[in-house]
Design a binder for this molecule. Structure first.
Ligand SMILES: Nc1ncnc2c1ncn2[C@@H]1O[C@H](COP(=O)(O)OP(=O)(O)O[C@H]2O[C@H](CO)[C@@H](O)[C@H](O)[C@H]2O)[C@@H](O)[C@H]1O
Length: 476
């Protein structure tokens, strides 16, 4: 099949979160299944590996009404998969990807409406006869609509079907139409405009041939009022076309046996290197180096989604116990401020790195005993899979993909691989963390057995790619 995979971020090139991990690993896994995949993504100022990019087209033009937009295309080889990076300086040659800091760029709608159309235009320019256009999250959510409205008689796109994957349904691309000249001028049917506003994800739900959620539980949750980010009615109307496909874990990047970012590698048969990683983590976090103290690690965007509003009220309570916490993340300035205050107050117990650091993320994953993900919602979650692979036991809320991947000790001692709580409330979270700590101190042998079980768990991208292929084939 000829697959055009369109994503606003791709790991190794540009990344702010889990979408990037998927946009690299899934196309590579699909190409290993002999599919012809081409990735399209923006060429940002911060795009890494830019030195390897070669310009393959210049001065291409897309038109929206009387507006003309010009762009070039750079080609990059990503482990055998061709990436076409849309180079449009006004839109993408900036400090950040979506924002300069915390505030989103005011013209994000315009930037990604253009990008979505340019991705389709590029398929035409390449004379790539597309079977499936696979779009991801709000940035590319207009694509299924553009395909029907503007490309229905194009020789390369007229027979193409569209798949829309929901990685995070909370971000819906809601814009005032007046502030998106590209969309305004290219024409949008009036039923999608409410009080001057357009919700791109709503349009994708109505126009994509198939919808995929990044875990089976999230596919269910999207069809409930509570878990659908207010889109439940629309998702329910498409229930026959929604599939849940659990993301995989990219073990070429996340395997403690081969991880070049770690001070010491280790594997299930010899986990001594993990203790060295723990000591290094304690050292780099300016915490007492002591193997007997359990470390709870966290790596994430610091947002409501990740549960900070009910973690913060009990963080001090956790810190009163014999434990260390290491957190690496960026996000909401208010949460960040509170976390910084706490880390100063508990210098010997809590280290907070307010940064985006791949190296430190790997060190936390390897050096911690527990990995905390108290998410309010979690479409799939990747870090719990990474931490399992490193023998680091996840403490998670039973939601979305966390529910599909982590089994609590009390639910099933034979298959358990972590600790699970249910209600997004401080008390529930606290008692789960304390239970995990008790387990660490009181039952070291069982803890060890579960660690060994965790490190052997596998969630492969091959399995996920096979399921996506089944979705693509179902549209033929
Ligand atoms: N400060 C930091 N330093 C270094 N690395 C950092 C970091 N903060 C985050 N990361 C990395 O970014 C990625 C985050 O992935 P997640 O899947 O956990 O969350 P995200 O909410 O972004 O993704 C959304 O899309 C993905 C993909 O489908 C879903 O799994 C998820 O549930 C959904 O919310 C991980 O690779 C993590 O290590």
């Amino acid at each position: 099949m000829n697959i055009l995979f369109v994503s606003s971020e791709v790991e190794d090139l540009a990344k702010t979160g889990g979408l990037a991990d998927v946009a690299k690993a899934l196309p590579i896994a699909l190409s290993k299944l002999d599919q012809n995949v081409k990735i399209v993504t923006p060429f940002y100022r911060t795009t890494a590996n830019a030195d390897q990019a070669k310009t393959v087209f210049e001065n291409l033009e897309v038109i929206a009404g009387d507006l003309r937009y010009y762009y070039s295309v750079k080609e990059i080889n990503l482990h055998g998969v061709t990436v076409y990076a849309i180079d449009q300086g006004d839109f993408f040659d900036r400090e950040g990807i979506y924002s300069d800091g915390y505030d989103a760029y005011a013209d994000n709608g315009e930037r990604f409406a253009f990008f979505s159309m340019a991705a389709l235009h590029l398929a035409h320019v390449l004379q790539f006869k597309v079977d499936v256009v696979h779009c991801n999250d709000w940035h590319t959510a207009l694509i299924p609509y553009f395909m029907k409205k503007h490309w229905h008689s194009d020789p390369y796109l007229s027979e193409a079907k569209s798949v829309y994957t929901v990685h995070n349904g909370a971000f819906q691309g809601v814009f005032n139409l007046e502030q998106v000249p590209f969309l305004l001028k290219s024409g949008v049917d009036h039923q999608y405009v409410h009080h001057g506003m357009v919700n791109w994800v709503k349009i994708a739900i109505q126009h994509a041939d198939k919808l995929v959620a990044v875990s089976p539980s999230y596919a269910q949750e999207l069809q409930t009022d509570l878990g659908s980010h207010h889109l439940g009615d629309l998702f329910r109307q498409r229930s026959a076309d929604i599939t849940g496909v659990l993301n995989g874990c990219d073990y070429s990047q996340w395997d403690p046996a081969t991880d070049e970012l770690l001070p010491s590698t280790y594997n299930a048969d010899d986990m001594s290197g993990k203790a060295f990683c723990k000591a290094t983590l304690q050292q780099q976090s300016h915490l007492p180096v002591d193997d007997s103290i359990p470390i709870i690690g966290m790596v994430c965007r610091i947002t409501d989604q990740k549960g900070f509003f009910y973690l913060l009220p009990i963080l001090e309570n956790i810190l009163h116990h014999n434990v260390q916490i290491v957190l690496c993340g960026t996000g909401d300035p208010q949460f960040v401020g509170q976390l910084q205050e706490l880390s100063e107050k508990y210098r010997n117990k809590f280290y907070f790195l307010n940064d985006f650091s791949l190296r430190f993320a790997h060190l936390i994953t390897a050096g911690s005993d527990f990995f905390l993900m108290p998410s309010l919602f979690e479409p799939c979650g990747l870090n719990q899979m990474y931490s399992l692979a490193y023998g680091t036991l996840p403490i998670v809320r039973a939601v979305g993909g966390l529910k599909d991947t982590i089994v609590d000790y009390e639910a099933d001692p034979e298959t358990c691989n972590g600790f699970v709580f249910h209600h997004p409330e401080p008390e529930d979270l606290l008692s789960c963390v304390l239970k995990a700590l008790l387990f660490y101190y009181e039952y070291p042998e069982v803890f060890n057995t579960v660690k060994h079980r965790a490190i052997k768990t596998r969630f492969t991208w091959d399995a996920a790619a096979q399921q996506y292929l089944a979705v693509y084939n179902s549209m033929k």
